[in-house]
Design a protein around this ligand. Structure first.
Ligand code: CUA
Length: 171
């Protein structure tokens, strides 16, 4: 069978593009350091989140080993607690696990300028673990439309130099 030269060229080009696209999608999913937020954070009663062992009073807690912290964040219309009225403060050079849940509607929890980005779903705790090497200030934003005040729902996260971190802020 004779395949015309241009026909063959287009076949090869189309196949190469398919391989390229599959490659870029695969890289985006697994190659760039992204991790998916799964359901290991467990469930809570959204009307009484702290009653469950999967969630605590919102705030910063010492983690299971030195240099590790657990931060429990409640998202609700239109606040992050903590985060909105007081910044979340953690020391630099620490590993922080955020446990985020919502007590009303679906919200988002994004730490601006990082790859921390999850939904906050009523009844479900999302956990994300991150290492902060350097001091810095980050914004927190809700990126799921959650009602009339959605655009105002924001907060801040301060990663302070370890020497300035006051252990009394930890629960
Ligand atoms: Cu909370 Cu949008």
């Amino acid at each position: 069978m004779h395949v015309h030269r241009f026909e063959r060229l287009w076949l090869v080009a189309a196949l190469a593009m398919i391989v390229l696209f599959i490659g870029t999608v695969t890289y985006g999913a697994v190659g760039a350091g992204y991790g998916m937020v799964d359901d290991t954070g467990g469930q809570v009663d959204p009307t009484d989140a702290t009653a469950s062992e999967n969630f605590r009073e919102p705030g910063v807690y010492n983690g299971s080993e030195p240099g590790h912290y657990d931060v429990y964040i409640e998202a609700k219309q239109f606040l992050f607690v903590p985060g909105t009225s007081d910044p979340v403060r953690v020391p630099a050079n620490s590993t922080v696990t955020f446990h985020v849940t919502s007590t009303d509607v679906v919200h988002g929890f994004e730490v601006v300028g990082t790859n921390i980005n999850t939904m906050a779903v009523p009844g479900q705790v999302a956990t994300v673990t991150v290492k902060f090497d350097e001091p810095g200030e980050y914004g927190l934003v809700c990126n799921e439309y959650c009602g009339s005040g959605h655009h105002t729902m924001e907060g801040s996260l301060d990663v302070v130099p370890a020497a300035q971190f006051n252990q009394t802020e930890v629960n």
